[in-house]
Structure formats: structure tokens, C-alpha cells
Write a protein that binds this ligand. Structure first.
Ligand code: HEM
Ligand SMILES: *[C@@H]1O[C@H](CO)[C@@H](O)[C@H](O)[C@H]1NC(C)=O
Ligand SMILES: *[C@@H]1O[C@H](CO)[C@@H](O)[C@H](O)[C@H]1NC(C)=O
Ligand SMILES: *[C@@H]1O[C@H](CO)[C@@H](O)[C@H](O)[C@H]1NC(C)=O
Ligand SMILES: *[C@@H]1O[C@H](CO)[C@@H](O)[C@H](O)[C@H]1NC(C)=O
Length: 529
């Protein structure tokens, strides 16, 4: 009888300590939170496929509308959602020193090609690399790269003009925009030209897909290993990329560099800029950084603008940085393009307004678009800004505490919150973008929110498609330019239409972690007369 009681008692205590207490982390700190669910925390509905990740962020953001922050549990990981714009600014900009890193899901040193990329780097190493790379993303460099991108967009159009000789065609947008984005990365980041629409199975495309495909079973299994058994993953030397994929890109970069050095070839692309950085010759050219790329652009902080002295940059470093385009800029850009095409197709008024702007510009520049002309297209910028509000592909981004920090209380109803090293914070991007207090009628697609008269109504730090602070997206100008260019060319030749295959309203998949439409993005391209 006594032993039974002892076993019972100790199991109650064990259950409490291992299952219940971890889910009271925030409550014990006087931070609001939802009801605790052991082990799966606030992911219950996502696991049961009752809601998508995007809906989970919106729901938890809205749970306590009057609080400046609220606690959630990503499975067992306590995460503090920051809700108040001023607090977000304070933590990501002013007190950035305390929150310099992202949470890593691939253990340090397990795969140099992953661990050395800018997104994954931490602390000092991140700082040096950011300062090294940021000069490569200024306006003047984007202007030089524009021709490369414009060529890809023209190839994209030629292919579809050919395909639609006999009239309207129905296409899956994700597929064609992924191919376009691939060609852009090939030429801008690796110095390789390819045409993935004409040659759907070209080697670069196949390898790029393998590098960036997170949905494959093997990769999922690996990520599972990385998260749950990081030490074992390290011992087994499980690399993030497949051996043949990393070999392909390493060789490609090495050979390209060698060929350029031997023959003195200069091309306005990333490989060239990184080669310059290696020689310590890449500087941040401030004066040319005009407001040429649109409302959504994020600015570089002083960290990105500091001059780095000549530093060790190996071929592997260069490959790792060029590969960032695949994980940071491939999926996100093609997702933006898909949703923009969809929103234009379902709102003919908005599409025809944009089309007239495109036609005017087409006439003005005789069909030969330039970087500076593109920057003057106001309505184009409004449409993209609104697409990024409604469909921000980075649903939420995190920060990890690297130095103990206290969020001071603003009044007697709050307690100071002590954040410990390793605690995870979230910027609930999509939550804010759908907050009716910040964006009235958030489900309506309305580019006029970003018009000259209205855009001052958008409170600072509440529009975050590219993040905020020194750790913001380094590629925002690049992404905006790439998207505007292709839509200029599409709308000058085609009308984007809803077809019988189009699902309206769009259904967001509950199975995918990222923003993905259930069944794909099927739309029509109807040649204009
Ligand atoms: C529409 C397209 C894109 C969206 C929505 C997007 C969004 C974001 C967001 C939200 C972050 C995190 C910011 C933060 O934590 O505050 C980020 C980081 C980053 N993005 Fe993008 N991005 C896009 C395109 C690109 C492109 C084309 C590149 C090309 C290089 C790129 C490179 C990066 C890098 C390197 C980081 C990490 C920066 C760092 O940690 O210092 N992104 N992006
Ligand atoms: C939580 O709030 C109570 C009542 O205001 C206070 O007594 C307690 O010290 C607070 N706890 C923490 C960890 O701040
Ligand atoms: C305390 O501040 C929060 C957040 O700004 C606010 O929602 C709340 O109403 C304030 N409470 C009091 C008693 O002033
Ligand atoms: C997002 O979902 C799509 C559709 O399944 C998949 O192909 C892609 O690899 C996913 N991307 C990421 C980053 O998870
Ligand atoms: C840049 O900003 C200035 C002042 O804010 C404005 O007058 C100008 O039209 C802007 N240029 C572009 C290309 O948007």
C-alpha cells in the first residue's frame, strides 16, 4: 500500500515537473499565456491539422489584444510574442546587442555550407559577414545587376508568348516563378546562365531544387535529428546538404572564380562582388542609396555599413553566401510573385490600373525598361507592398537572447520580465499585418493603404515583411526589383485571369509549415491584343 502511494506520488511529481511546469514558464513570470497543453503546447491545432502555421500566429497574437507581449509554447519551447511596436523597436534596434541571433536548427559546425551562411551565423562572425556582404546589396549594385534580371524576365515572357500563340493558357504559377527565380539566382549569384522553362531539367535547376527543398522526407528526417538529437547528428556527421549537391555548388564556384581570375573576366554579379570583398575592395557606397526600391525596403544599420578590413574569405565562404539565395531568396520571392498574380487575377480593377501604369511606362521607355524607370512606378510599388502585407512569406521571425535582459514594466498591471540567455522571442509579422487596429479590414486586398496620401498612417514597426533592425533582410531591394521586373513584362503582354482550375478564395495548406496554397496556384495568361 505504501509503495503504491510512493509510486503514485512520485509519478504525479514527475508528471508535474516534466509535463506541466515547463508550460507554466510564462505564467510564473506574470506573462499572459493560453492554457498549458503538455509537450505540444500551442502547436496542438497545427499538429492536428486544424489550422495552418499562419493561423496559429494570428490566433496567438490576437489572444490578449491589450498586452504588450504574450507567451506561447512552440511545442515545449517557451516563446515570447512581442505585440507592441515600440517594444519591438526597442528590442530589435536599440537593444539589439542583447538579441543578435536567430534560433538555429542545424547544430553549429555540422555543415560548413549551412553554418557559414549569413542567416545562420551568430555574434561576431555574423557581424563581420554582414558588413562584408551588405555593400553587395546597395542600389548601385542592384542597378548593375538589373540587366541580368531583365534578361531573365524577357526569356520568361518569350517562352509564354510562344506557348500562348493559340490563345489563353493555364499555368501553375509556383512552377513558372520558381523557374524564373532559379534563373535569376543562377545568373546573379553564380554567374551561370540557364533557361529553366525551355530546359526544365537543366543541372543547375535540379541541384538548386535539391538544395532548397525542405519538404523531402530525408531532409525532414535530418531536421528532426538536428532538433532532437543534435549531439548524435554531429557524431554521425550528418550534413544539411546532400554530398553531391554541395560538391556541385562548391565546384561550380571554384571553377568560376578560377576562370575569372585567369581570364580577367568581370561580370556584375555576386561572385564578382565577393571576390572583391576578399581583396578588401568592396565598400558601402552610401550616397547612391536613394529611395529607389520601394516602400517595403529595409535599411542597412550601422553594423552593415562599417568597413571590414581585408579578411579571410575562402571559396567555401563564397559558396555558402551564394547558396543563401536559395534558402533565403528562392521560396520567399516565388511565393510573393504567386500571391501577387493571384490577387491581380481576382481584382480586375486593380489589375487594369496597374496595366495602365505599365503601358504608360512601356511607351515612355520604348519597351526598354531601366532600373531607374522601374523605381518610378508608384502603383506597382503599392501593389507589391500590399501583397507583402497580406502574404508575408516570413510569417514570424525569431530572436534569441544572448545577454540577460529585462523588459521594464510600463505600469502597475505589468511585472518586469527577466529574459534569460537562450530565451526565444518572436516578431509576429503576420499577426500585426492582420490586426484590424493597424490595418482596417485586413482581409481586403487594398493597395491604396500604401498610396502617397495614406502611407503615413502606417505606424512604424508594424509593417515587417522584411523584418527589422540590423538583422533585417539583406536582400529586400533585390527581391523587390526581381518581382517588379517580371510583372512589368508580364502585364505588358498578358492579362492574368481566373480559370476553371483556380481556387477562389485561395486555401492555405494546413499541412505545410510555410505559406502554400492547397492544390497550387493555377491561373490563366491571356495574351493582350
Ligand atoms: C520577398 C522576398 C523575401 C522576403 C519576404 C524576405 C524576408 C526576410 C525576413 C523576414 C528576414 C528576417 C529578418 C529579421 O529577422 O528581422 C530575412 C532575412 C534574410 N534574407 Fe530575406 N526575404 C526575401 C528575399 C530575400 C532575398 C532575395 C535574399 C537574397 C540574398 C534574402 C536574403 C536574406 C538573408 C541573407 C537574411 C538573413 C540576414 C541576417 O541574418 O543578417 N532574402 N528575409
Ligand atoms: C507577479 O505578480 C505578483 C502580484 O502583482 C507579484 O507579487 C509577483 O512578485 C510577480 N512575480 C514576478 C515573477 O514578477
Ligand atoms: C498598462 O499598460 C498596458 C499596455 O500598454 C495597457 O494595455 C493597460 O491598460 C495598462 N494598465 C493600466 C492600469 O494602466
Ligand atoms: C514550402 O512548401 C512547398 C510546397 O510543398 C515546398 O515545395 C517547399 O519546399 C517548401 N519550402 C520550405 C522552405 O519549407
Ligand atoms: C524619394 O523620396 C523623396 C522625398 O521623400 C520623394 O520626393 C521622391 O519622389 C522619392 N523618389 C522615388 C523614386 O520614390
Amino acid at each position: 500500500m505504501f509503495t503504491l502511494l510512493l509510486i503514485l506520488g512520485s509519478s504525479v511529481i514527475l508528471i508535474y515537473y516534466f509535463l506541466i511546469k515547463p508550460q507554466l514558464y510564462w505564467k510564473e513570470r506574470n506573462v499572459t499565456q493560453g492554457p498549458p497543453v503538455p509537450i505540444i503546447g500551442d502547436n496542438k491545432r497545427t499538429i492536428l491539422r486544424q489550422e495552418s502555421f499562419l493561423e496559429m500566429v494570428k490566433r496567438t497574437y490576437m489572444r490578449f489584444p491589450n498586452e504588450r507581449y504574450t507567451g506561447i509554447y512552440q511545442m515545449t519551447v517557451p516563446t515570447l510574442i512581442l505585440r507592441d511596436p515600440d517594444l519591438i523597436k526597442q528590442i530589435t534596434v536599440k537593444d539589439f546587442e542583447y538579441f543578435t541571433d536567430h534560433r538555429s536548427f542545424v547544430p553549429d559546425n555540422s555543415d560548413p555550407l549551412w553554418n557559414k551562411n549569413l542567416f545562420a551565423l551568430k555574434g561576431e562572425k555574423w557581424r563581420d559577414m554582414r558588413a562584408t556582404l551588405s555593400p553587395a546589396f546597395t542600389s548601385s549594385k542592384m542597378r548593375a545587376m538589373f540587366t541580368l534580371i531583365n534578361d531573365c524576365a524577357k526569356k520568361f515572357i518569350d517562352f509564354h508568348l510562344e506557348a500562348s500563340k493559340d490563345g489563353e493558357i493555364t499555368v501553375e504559377m509556383k512552377d513558372i516563378f520558381t523557374r524564373y527565380a532559379n534563373d535569376v539566382i543562377a545568373t546573379c549569384a553564380f554567374g551561370v546562365t540557364c533557361d529553366s522553362l525551355k530546359e526544365p531539367k537543366n543541372e543547375f535547376y535540379v541541384m538548386g531544387r535539391q538544395a532548397s527543398d525542405f519538404s523531402s522526407i530525408i531532409k525532414n528526417l535530418k531536421i528532426f535529428f538536428f532538433i532532437l538529437l543534435p549531439k548524435i547528428a554531429k557524431v554521425l556527421k550528418i550534413a544539411f546538404f546532400n554530398e553531391h549537391v554541395s560538391k556541385f555548388f562548391k565546384n561550380l564556384v571554384k571553377e568560376t572564380i578560377k576562370m575569372r581570375e585567369d581570364n580577367g573576366i568581370v561580370r556584375p554579379d555576386m561572385i564578382n562582388l565577393l571576390m572583391e570583398a576578399r581583396k578588401g575592395r568592396l565598400k558601402y557606397d552610401e550616397e547612391t542609396n536613394v529611395n529607389d526600391s520601394g516602400f517595403a525596403t529595409v535599411e542597412e544599420s550601422h553594423i552593415g555599413k562599417t568597413q571590414v578590413l581585408k579578411q579571410e574569405i575562402t571559396d567555401t565562404d563564397i559558396t555558402a553566401q551564394a547558396l543563401i539565395f536559395f534558402f533565403a531568396g528562392f521560396e520567399s520571392v516565388s511565393t510573393l510573385m504567386c500571391f501577387m498574380a493571384y490577387e491581380l487575377a481576382v481584382s480586375p480593377d486593380i489589375q487594369s490600373k496597374l496595366m495602365s501604369e505599365v503601358d504608360e511606362m512601356y511607351a515612355e521607355c520604348n519597351g526598354k525598361l531601366t532600373y531607374d524607370k522601374l523605381a518610378t512606378m508608384k502603383y506597382m510599388d503599392m501593389v507589391i507592398s500590399e501583397t507583402l502585407r497580406k502574404w508575408p512569406s516570413a510569417i514570424a521571425v525569431d530572436r534569441v537572447c544572448v545577454k540577460p535582459y529585462t523588459i521594464p514594466a510600463v505600469n502597475e498591471s505589468e511585472s518586469p520580465v527577466h529574459i534569460k540567455i537562450g530565451d526565444v522571442l518572436w516578431l509576429p509579422i503576420i499577426g500585426m499585418h492582420y490586426d484590424p487596429e493597424l490595418y482596417p479590414n485586413p482581409d481586403t486586398f487594398d493597395p491604396d493603404r500604401f498610396s502617397e496620401e495614406n502611407k503615413h498612417n502606417i505606424k512604424s514597426s508594424t509593417y515587417l515583411p522584411f523584418g527589422i533592425g540590423p538583422r533585417n533582410c539583406i536582400g529586400s531591394r533585390f527581391a523587390l526589383m526581381e518581382t517588379k521586373t517580371v510583372f512589368f513584362h508580364i502585364l505588358s503582354k498578358f492579362e492574368i485571369t481566373v480559370t476553371s482550375k483556380t481556387v477562389v478564395p485561395i486555401q492555405i495548406s494546413k499541412k505545410q509549415f510555410n505559406i502554400t496554397a492547397e492544390g497550387g496556384y493555377w491561373l490563366g495568361l491571356k495574351p493582350r491584343q
